[in-house]
Design a protein around this ligand. Structure first.
Ligand code: NG6
Ligand code: CA
Length: 508
């Protein structure tokens, strides 16, 4: 570990030039921009093989940077994946890390190391713009009209401009550094996930008011905001509510402001896009552009956003020294609650590429995601088959920046810096995945623990991966997980089952 660190520093000094020793090295610490999409699949970008959609700006990052083929989130849904990314800890070590309602309390500890704190300790300016979904405040019951804390600022971000949960959950407002943006004090916000509050129409009672229909039985039929039924009830806060078509543009301009506000210190920006999560209601200029329904349009919108961010980096003189990491929090889903054309206008697009399953699934498409790392000099461009996980970012950036971690810190985060910047083709030897059940990837093997549940989730029409039989796949020969080799290799199953059990039962 120590040797790797020394090697890394030597490498960084070598790459950036070592004219003035430490001072120069400090000066040249790269800005880090993580662009984190919501529900983007392994096959959703043209650089990952999509042919029905073109994503030229992201493809450029992939071409000039390093494109990973075996990079994972820890989990097949948002909250646990983000928890792992922020804490460097597998989410199942802590209870209550499943998909959170919009009024949940903060689940990230404020007294432990976090990804933004690593950057803060290294003297960076840190910011988050976009989706949060890790809870706010100390309890479910909270006053949305006062300062709402703890939240991202207490987790390590100097600046935050977020929405609390998901775009399909109330409250549909922005929160900037503890405060709801554009709130009129004479129209206070109230939120409930238990019962209807206020007298505003709901999607269930007044479907004729909707501009986009909710799919049956998904539950997106409560308070209507901007013509879209949401999960949860809210009243008040009329001036503060976002317009979906405008929301990604608001995030973009906040991210650009943060980048341009740069002074002497480098920045870490976690830019957390809402697309292509539901409700997909892209900006008007993108509606209909892809021919694949609003989901495809939302992906084109992501690509455009990346182009605009690259321009902002270039114009502010930061492009030469910004490491950009592009990824997604979990795999793709078509019908996740609204009739938005994702299913009916799919037109042969394959959001999961060659992989099986999707969001929520323990099959590969649940957690194997697009993952691109770009920096003009630090990152060696190409394609990497190294096994890496987003849980590794914390230890890897700590290593890059010389931030010391104790043995208790970020216990599941491995320093994979050299793999992440393309200076090593070796990544992890094993990784635990969480979806409908648990799986262990080790070398080319994937073992899925037996579990009970529907083989196909009816609502989303996604293969879950549930099976009462053990499953063993050779991912190098069979990335689509078609041939179960468990009976053929009982010893391997035994070995991996034991290792997985140990890793998923370990206490916090
Ligand atoms: C599910 C929602 C889905 C989506 C998901 C969270 C239902 C039936 N479905 O519970 O629409 O919001 O939660 O997605 O309620 S995630 O990407 O944030 O994990
Ligand atoms: Ca997600």
């Amino acid at each position: 570990m120590k040797a790797t660190f020394v090697y890394t520093i030597a490498l960084v000094v070598l790459l950036f030039g070592s004219r003035n020793g430490l001072a120069q090295q400090q000066k040249n610490r790269p800005n880090v921009l993580v662009i984190y999409t919501d529900d983007l699949g392994y096959g959703d970008l043209s650089s990952y093989g999509a042919t029905k959609l073109q994503t030229p700006n992201i493809d450029k990052l992939a071409r000039q940077g390093l494109r990973f083929t075996r990079a994972y989130t820890t989990s097949a849904t948002c909250t646990p994946s983000r928890y792992a990314l922020m804490t460097g800890q597998y989410p199942w070590r802590k209870s209550g890390t499943g998909v959170l309602p919009g009024d949940a309390a903060l689940i990230v500890p404020t007294d432990k190391i976090s990804l933004p704190k690593v950057f803060k300790q290294a003297g960076y300016r840190t910011g988050i713009v976009g989706k949060w979904h890790l809870g706010l405040g100390t309890a479910v019951a909270k006053n949305w009209n006062e300062a709402i804390k703890p939240g991202p600022n207490e987790v390590g971000f100097d600046y935050s401009f977020i929405f609390p949960a998901t775009a399909d959950r109330v409250p549909t407002v922005f929160v900037e550094n503890h405060k709801v943006v554009a709130l009129d004090p004479s129209d206070p916000i109230e939120v409930s996930y238990k019962e209807k509050i206020g007298d505003e129409p709901t999607g269930k009672e007044h479907p004729q008011l909707l501009k986009m229909k909710a799919s049956p039985n998904h539950g997106h039929d409560q308070t209507i905001v901007n013509g879209i039924g949401r999960i949860g009830y809210m009243k008040g806060g009329k001036t503060a509510r976002w317009t979906d078509e405008e929301m990604p543009l608001t995030f973009l301009s906040k991210a650009q402001e943060f980048i341009r506000a740069g002074a002497d210190e480098p920045f870490f920006l976690f830019y957390s896009l809402t697309e292509p999560h539901v409700p997909r209601m892209p900006s008007t200029m993108f509606k209909g552009k892809s021919g694949l329904g609003f989901r495809g349009d939302a992906i084109l919108q992501i690509d455009w956003t990346v182009g605009e961010i690259l321009k902002a980096l270039e114009q502010s003189g930061n492009l030469e020294n910004t490491l950009i990491l592009f990824s997604s929090d979990n795999g793709p889903v078509l019908d996740d609650g609204y009739e938005d054309g994702a299913v009916t206008q799919l037109n042969g697009h394959t959001p999961a590429g060659v992989l099986r399953g999707g969001k929520y699934s323990i099959f590969e498409a649940g957690t194997r995601v697009p993952f691109i790392v770009y920096h003009p000099t630090l990152v060696k461009s190409g394609v990497s088959n190294a096994l890496v996980s987003q849980v590794d970012l914390l230890a890897s950036f700590a290593n890059l920046l010389g931030v010391k971690l104790t043995a208790e810190d970020a216990q599941d985060s491995q320093n994979q810096l050299l793999a992440l910047i393309g200076r090593s083709s070796k990544g992890r030897t094993s990784l635990v995945l969480q979806g409908a059940s648990y799986a262990l990837v080790q070398d080319n093997w994937k073992y899925i623990a037996p579990s009970r549940g529907p083989a196909v989730y009816q609502l989303t029409n996604i293969e879950s991966g549930h099976s009462e039989q053990a499953q063993l796949y050779d991912l190098s020969a069979d990335p689509g997980e078609r041939v179960n080799l468990a009976e053929k290799y009982p010893e391997k199953v035994k070995e991996l089952a034991a290792a997985l059990k140990l890793l998923t039962s370990a206490p916090q």
